[in-house]
Structure formats: C-alpha cells, structure tokens
Ligand binder design. Structure first.
Ligand SMILES: Nc1ncnc2c1ncn2[C@@H]1O[C@H](COP(=O)(O)OP(=O)(O)O)[C@@H](O)[C@H]1O
Ligand SMILES: [Mg+2]
Length: 293
C-alpha cells in the first residue's frame, strides 16, 4: 500500500518520539465516575488544548455529567470560548493559586452543571509569583480539594509550556489527556512531555495516569496526516484514542461566537468526534474509591 511504502522509518520515529509511555499501559476499567480530575496538556501552542477542554467538557455535560472547567492559561481562551467574562472583583484561577482562595469562591456557571474557574491575564506572572512561594506545585490540588468531589469531571486547560502552572495541573490531576497535532514536527516535543509526566509521578503525584493521546488537526485527504497517524498508532498503541479530531473551520467559528462546537454546529462531524471522545473518556476513567474530601 502506498502509505506503507512511504511511512516513517523506525529511526525517525525514535528521533521524534523516543520511548513509548509505559509498557504496562492499559485503559483503566470502566465504572461509575465521580471526582475525576483531568489535565489537558501539551507544551506546544495551537494543538487544540483549549478547544478539547471546552468540547470534551460540553460533551460530558451532554451525557449528564457534572463538569468543572479550570482555565490555567493567561491567554484565558477557554474562559473566552465559554462565553464567561471576568468582571471586576471576580476571582480567577490566579487567586486560587496565589492567594489560597478556595476554588468554590472562583467558580462561575456556564450553564447548570457546567461551571468554570476562569483564567486571567494575571496568570502570566503566575510562574514567577509561584516560584517564590512554598508548596508551589500543590496550589491547584489544594484549591480543588473541597470541590472536586462535587463534580463528575474537572477538566484543567494548561498553558503552552511545562512551567509551574502545568506542573500544578499535573500534580492535581488523576490523569492527563494529550492533544497531539498530526504533524511530524509536533511529535518532537512528545518525549519532553512524557518525561515531565514521569517526573511528576516520581515527585508530586505518583498516581498520575496517562488517560490518552488525542490526534488533532487531522487534515482530510492528507497523506501526511494519515502517515503520522499510522506511525503514532504503531508506536503508542492503545494509548492513542480511537477518536481523531479533524481540521474544520467550524472550530474557530464556534470560538469566535464564544461557544463550543457542540452548541454552534451540533450535528457537525467535529461535534460528533468530541462526543465519541467523551464516550472513550468515560470508558477509560477509573472508579474513585476512598477519596477524602
Ligand atoms: N480541529 C480543529 N480544526 C481547526 N481549527 C481548530 C481545531 N481545533 C482548534 N482549532 C483552532 O485552532 C486554534 C488553536 O486551538 P486551541 O484549542 O486554542 O489550541 P491550544 O489551546 O493548544 O493553544 C484556535 O483558533 C482554535 O479555534
Ligand atoms: Mg490554549
């Protein structure tokens, strides 16, 4: 087959992706969900992190789950796309991080059973401000402690770097979802991200799971996209979600209207893809037992 003949040599796969995650990786057992905290992370910008946090949040909400979104990026795209405006005096994720405000005080409602802790431009100084503080990787974990059990899912959107805000998210999370742009250059950063996840497991959060890798920005009829997808599936196996998010102008259009694609174009294949992702996430999310509030 043509795709096979020009598929990427193993040597290049090694160069771009390094080691596979964990050899014993298997999707967690299906179950009743409550109190699951997911970080959406990738240090590369523009790969669909904020779009995935929003769309997955809406898709889980459609499936009658109670969802909290947390915007940890100073660009506050997730907040904007949710149609939430930070008014004067409103608390943001920055206040949770820096001033120990409990998450409950910063929560705003998008619609019933779908809430957000908004991001703010102040998060831009968060890295520096945090670096002076104590327990600096645990601030988000601490802040969420009293609210996480109220939600079926808390979905945190990370900034495009592996700094302290992302480390806070990975420390607070049960699992991490990695949007991966189907482009060979985008694979280059994967090893650094997987190493960071390993380091977090070894230091601040030994229970952190890899929920899965989500192929995003797949171009229809593109041999390159297909080729990259085939390579990553071969390399990462079942860690890759079956769902693939294709490129569509409906995504930026929905964002411009401060809505998710599920609201903007409910029957579009892009909306459908995020519903399928939600089904996969529900299947992969483990039951939580014995969690203290
Ligand atoms: N599947 C997609 N197809 C086309 N554009 C997309 C898709 N997903 C996201 N986008 C657009 O790409 C840009 C970057 O996406 P975003 O989710 O903000 O990425 P990140 O949070 O990783 O920086 C946004 O303008 C968004 O609307
Ligand atoms: Mg973003």
């Amino acid at each position: 087959m043509e795709v096979r003949e020009i598929s990427v040599p193993a040597r290049l796969q090694q160069a771009t992706m390094g080691r596979a995650p964990r050899e014993d990786w298997a999707p967690p057992e299906p179950s009743e969900q409550m109190g699951n905290v997911i970080a959406v992370a990738n240090q590369k910008g523009g790969v669909g992190k904020s779009t995935t946090a929003l769309s997955l949040g809406h898709a889980l909400h459609e499936k009658r789950k109670k969802v909290l979104l947390v915007d940890l990026d100073s660009q506050a795209h997730l907040t904007l796309m949710s149609g939430v405006e930070l008014g004067a005096g409103d608390m943001s994720a920055y206040d949770v991080l820096m001033t120990g405000v409990m998450a409950a005080d910063a929560i705003q409602e998008i619609e019933p059973d779908l809430d957000i802790i908004p991001g703010s431009i102040q998060l831009a100084t968060g890295e520096v401000d945090l670096s002076r503080g104590s327990k600096r990787e645990y601030r988000v974990r601490e802040g969420l402690r009293a609210v996480r059990e109220i939600y079926d899912f808390t979905i945190m959107d990370c900034p495009p770097n592996l700094g302290l805000l992302t480390l806070n998210a990975l420390t607070a999370a049960d699992s991490v979802l990695i949007p991966l742009q189907l482009d060979f250059l985008a694979l280059k950063g994967m090893q650094l991200l997987l190493n960071t996840i390993s380091e977090v497991r070894a230091s601040t959060n030994q229970d952190l799971e890899l929920l899965g890798i989500l192929p995003t920005m797949a171009r229809a009829r593109s041999l390159h996209s297909a080729e990259v997808e085939e390579s990553v599936r071969e390399f990462f196996g079942d860690t890759i979600f079956k769902t693939v998010i294709k490129t569509s102008v409906r995504f930026p259009e929905a964002a411009a209207g401060f809505r998710s694609i599920l609201e903007y174009a409910p029957s579009h294949p892009g909306a459908q893809a995020y519903r399928e992702l939600a089904t996969e996430v529900l299947r992969r999310t483990p039951k939580k037992v014995g969690i203290s509030a």
